[in-house]
Design a protein around this ligand. Structure first.
Ligand SMILES: NC(=O)C1=CN([C@@H]2O[C@H](COP(=O)(O)OP(=O)(O)OC[C@H]3O[C@@H](n4cnc5c(N)ncnc54)[C@H](OP(=O)(O)O)[C@@H]3O)[C@@H](O)[C@H]2O)C=CC1
Ligand SMILES: O=CCS(=O)(=O)O
Length: 240
């Protein structure tokens, strides 16, 4: 039987790339979105439509989704993964970095929801997986704006789940701890980056994007009437 369409934002690196490979392995056609479309195409996955989409652009995101659906059918799963982490001290950070994180980490997630929620509700099925963070559960030094955006992802997901539950649409929040990806490279302060690397070294390294992809696949493969609402996944030695 043909598998349904899975849409992944931020599939050009890290967790999004690992989930793209995992979902492809399971036989799903894919819509892969990111700004670096050449990295999406380089994955060379079968039945994968790759589109250069900035998740802050609501209309372009929706158009790409419509194009993928005309090719592969309804979206059964949206993985709202695109994100930006620019760490900084609250009293020192350039507020432009706050703006960028709010735009991508919150509004980008809302834009993904906008593109699929109405249709999933109407056909009474589907899964929306929002990638938050342990930084969406507790505070960390130098994480003020980033934590704020990830607390928002938790909050909007909780509400969305209640709104869509009666229509059998699942809403899942994934909250990873530190994962070895390009995420830290967005931070401009070398002092903060060095401290973060030392923190990771201190726990003997962190988990991989493939670890998170495996968890996402597990959540998605449950029967539609089983909703794993939230998964918090960290390295065993991560205590914060
Ligand atoms: N790594 C970690 O320690 C943790 C990560 N997370 C979350 O996981 C998610 C994935 O991050 P991770 O894989 O680690 O980091 P990466 O930096 O490797 O990946 C981020 C992805 O987001 C995409 N992206 C960023 N901005 C935009 C945008 N405006 N429009 C479209 N795509 C965008 C990037 O693509 P491109 O640049 O090509 O547009 C890239 O594919 C994020 O939401 C992050 O907050 C949560 C907890 C821990
Ligand atoms: O989301 C990022 C990981 S951490 O800095 O909160 O552990």
């Amino acid at each position: 039987m043909n598998k349904p369409l899975v849409v992944i934002t931020g599939a050009s690196s890290g967790i999004g790339e690992a989930v793209a490979r995992a979902m492809s392995q399971l036989g799903h056609p894919l819509l892969l979105l990111a700004r670096r479309v050449e990295r999406l195409e380089a994955l060379d996955l079968p039945d994968a439509l790759c589109r250069r989409v900035d998740v802050t652009d609501r209309d372009t995101l929706k158009l790409a989704l419509e194009e993928a659906e005309s090719r592969y059918g309804d979206t059964d799963c949206l993985i709202n993964n695109a994100g930006l982490m620019q760490l900084g001290r609250a009293d020192e950070q350039d507020p432009a970095e706050w703006d960028a994180m709010v735009d991508v980490n919150i509004k980008g997630v809302l834009n993904g929801i906008y593109a699929v929620a109405r249709q999933m509700k109407a056909r009474k099925g589907g899964t929306i997986i929002n990638i938050s963070s342990v930084a969406g559960i507790k505070g960390f030094p130098n994480h003020m704006a980033y934590c704020g955006t990830k607390f928002a992802v938790h909050g909007l997901s909780e509400t969305l789940r209640e709104e869509l539950a009666d229509d059998s649409v699942r809403v899942v929040t994934i909250a990873p701890g530190a994962v070895e990806t390009e995420l830290l490279s967005h931070t401009t302060s070398s002092e903060i980056k060095d401290g973060y690397e030392q923190w990771k070294d201190g726990m003997g390294g962190v988990i991989t994007a493939e670890d998170i992809a495996r968890c996402i696949s597990f959540v998605y493969q449950q029967p539609q009437n089983v909703c794993i609402r939230e998964l918090v996944v960290t390295a065993t030695r991560q205590t914060a």
